[in-house]
Design a protein around this ligand. Structure first.
Ligand code: TYM
Length: 335
């Protein structure tokens, strides 16, 4: 079993990373990277479970890496790498495909959401997507996985796979991972619809704040964010039936490292014409410098590629013994 605590997490490099990715995951990665041995992965193999334009995928993989570095992921403390540059993920995923049960995958709500009505036409990759996630994590015997709320069910499946592997072969080989879902913004909602998750796939760019948006764009998106006509309540209980207002308060709380209670107290009785400019100023003060840094790194793609190359080399070294031992347990003849 793993002696040290090790974290693994990933983000799909499709389009821009957004405020939901930042508050739900990346910010927590930054705060954990000194405490745990850390691996952060741009999961391009997950990205192709839905059709991607090849050139755009290459560009957004580099851009995603630049955003992670700009957000504070420190390559001296963490490995940052691209999933497809370590074949161990795909190899272990195949072994796990022979452990996971169809019944388990049929329960995955994200597959149902993404496949929609046209389920017969979804790729088999989209169906086994969570199996590849389990392989991502367990190829390094990672013990902790910091994610947003929407990945919880996938991580439960990864636990089931690890447990099932261990019991089928009578070994104590894979750790039972712990999800780390924390902070006040584990599920950031769309700025256009407080009942829908902020997401890269939303057709409207006004639904999300991208980590590459400049100050003017951030201000405009917050100004145009959907709200209701009422002033803010003195306590978060008053936000229960007001999803858009609740979301903006949660974003403010997360960005200022306070609780929704503190924000409601501070803005008790304020209208959105007061709250929105305050939120815009706060968001710009944190996000605009990150966008500038991403732009600076974008101008130096060789630097970013070098970090990814080193990350992938180290990742391959780390997963090699885990994969060799796994193959031996399964009974594959050693070369
Ligand atoms: P992805 O690319 O959709 O999102 C990356 C991370 O951001 C979080 N997140 C959010 N958090 C709060 N509010 C939101 N609106 C929001 N949108 C996204 C996600 O929870 C995630 O933590 N399947 C994963 C990537 C992955 C992975 C892994 C994660 C692949 N292998 C292994 C952990 C471990 C995904 O598509 O994330």
């Amino acid at each position: 079993m793993t002696e040290t605590n090790r974290i693994f997490s990933g983000v799909q490099p499709t389009g821009n990373l957004h405020l939901g990715n930042y508050l739900g995951a990346i910010r927590n990665w930054v705060s954990l990277q000194g405490e745990y041995e850390s691996l952060f992965c741009l999961v391009d193999m997950h990205a192709i479970t839905e059709a991607q334009d090849p050139k755009a995928l290459t560009a957004s993989t580099l851009e995603g890496a630049a955003s992670l570095l700009a957000a504070g992921i420190d390559p001296e403390k963490s490995l940052v790498f691209v999933q497809s540059q370590n074949p161990a993920h795909a190899e272990l995923a195949w072994i796990f495909n022979c452990i996971a049960r169809i019944g388990w995958l049929n329960r995955m709500t994200q597959f149902k959401d993404k496949a929609g009505k046209n389920r017969e036409n979804a790729t088999t990759g989209l169906y086994v997507y969570p199996v590849l996630m389990a392989a991502d994590i367990l190829a390094y015997k990672a013990t902790h996985v910091p994610v947003g709320d929407d990945q919880k069910q996938h991580l439960e499946l990864a636990r089931d796979i690890a447990q099932s592997f261990n019991s089928q072969f009578g070994v104590d080989h894979f750790p039972i991972i712990e999800p780390l879902i924390f902070g006040t913004a584990t599920r950031v909602m769309s700025l256009r619809d407080g009942t829908a998750k902020m997401s890269k796939s939303d057709a409207s760019d006004f639904s999300r704040i991208n980590l590459t948006d400049d100050a003017d764009t951030i201000a405009k998106k917050i100004r145009k964010a959907r709200t209701d006509p009422d002033p803010l309540p003195g306590h978060p209980d008053g936000l229960a039936e007001r999803p858009e207002a609740k979301n903006l308060v949660a974003i403010y709380a997360a960005l200022s490292n306070q609780t929704p209670e503190q924000i409601c107290q501070e803005f008790d009785g304020a209208t959105f014409s007061t709250f929105k400019p305050a939120l815009a100023d706060l968001a710009i003060s944190i996000l605009a410098p990150m966008a500038d840094e991403t732009a600076r790194l974008r101008a130096d793609p060789e630097y970013v590629r070098g970090i990814l190359r080193t990350g992938a080399e180290k990742a391959r070294e780390m997963s090699q013994p885990v994969l060799a031992a796994t193959k031996e347990i399964v009974g594959f003849l050693a070369p």
